[in-house]
Ligand binder design. Sequence first.
Ligand code: SF4
Length: 324
Amino acid sequence: KYFPLKRTVGEVLTRTPPKYVRAVDEINFEVKKGETLGLVGESGSGKTTTGRLITRLEDPTEGKILFKEKDISTLTKKELKHIRKEIQIIFQDPLAALNPHMRIGEAVMHPLEIHNIGKDHSERQKLVMEMLERVQLSPASEYYYRYPRDLSGGQRQRVVIARALILKPTFVVADEAVAMLDVSVRSQLLQLMINLKNDFDLTYLFITHDLATTKYICDRIAVMYLGKIIEVGNFEQIYTKPKHPYTQALISAVPEPDPKSKKRRIIPQGEVPSAVNIPTGCRFHPRCPYAKEICKIKEPILKNVENQEVACHLYDSEYEKSAV
Ligand code: SF4
């Protein structure tokens, strides 16, 4: 997926041609039915763009997005209407996601009206009331006529979840869905999402920069770095035996409740490079403590290492022979 960069006034005056960044670059992954896949990475890694591409809020420039074995990457807006019922997204900021002039009941009812579900207003109202109860905004009648400004951050996010689930989707992309909430509220929301997943038989793509959050909800984890997926494994593998140096760095940054725990700390050097100037070879090489010559010239590809997928030369025979 390419994005045109905003040009500064100076660039317009000097007629600099438009630049593009590859926000997501040849990634290939699968979300299995019924699982929660965590998509983890720092800001700028391409995880949000991936979520927006899957939900077709962005159009991919190339590649395929298969949903129930059907390629949805080329569907028109009209054709997408049916798919939108099945794939929903929950955003980070509930205040921005909700219309401040719409009452909570109206906001949750809106998707039903768009998709013409329910035979009349009172039937839709009943569905909305039931959904508000399901997200623990109870009694629903107390919340139905309120505005977003009358609710706390956690309550607003429950409304956003209710609005996403009212269409009975099968796949939900949660993009930093609990990132803006206080820690105590965060754990309640995560528990709610787990309960709803079981009740509605959902599949989640859980996008987050915070690896600690994945502990509560994710079955498998895919780690992204500068537009690429660099490691995929189940939760246990990623948490206890991370193979990629970047994943190891992320794990080392997760706060440890046991002060005696001697977790190996590996701090990546420097900042995430700009997506405009992608480093050659392995994109992580300018920050990697294990980088060798081969890492600067050859891009590693995802391959199976002890039942985990990892893109790193450390696990290639060429690495040993390469100059430091
Ligand atoms: Fe580090 Fe090289 Fe592996 Fe990249 S390929 S993560 S630079 S060891």
